[in-house]
Design a protein around this ligand. Structure first.
Ligand code: SF4
Length: 86
């Protein structure tokens, strides 16, 4: 929001910026190098595109602090589930 670069179009004309639409269409966990070997990839799906853009200038990167928090949350969830199963 507030980034003119990402303006896709408007209600009257529909999508006018197909280049950005296609960039986002191809932005997923399989397209991100950092996510390729990450154990959390199917839980987080590649993280927040806005954070990636704001910290690295590309939606195809990942926000590193967010990654660490996401992985820690998943580790804790698995640990709790395992403890409850005992
Ligand atoms: S935690 Fe980070 S590296 Fe792992 S899948 Fe999510 S965005 Fe990608």
């Amino acid at each position: 929001m507030g980034e003119e670069k990402f303006l896709l179009g408007n209600v009257d004309d529909g999508i006018t910026n197909t280049e950005v639409r296609d960039e986002f269409k191809l932005c997923n966990v399989y397209a991100k190098d950092k996510c390729r070997d990450c154990f959390a990839r199917f839980y987080c799906s590649g993280g927040c595109a806005a954070n990636s853009y704001n910290f690295h200038g590309s939606i195809l990167d990942a926000y590193d602090i967010g990654c660490e928090m996401q992985k820690k949350r998943i580790e804790c969830a698995i640990m709790i589930k395992a403890a409850l199963a005992e």
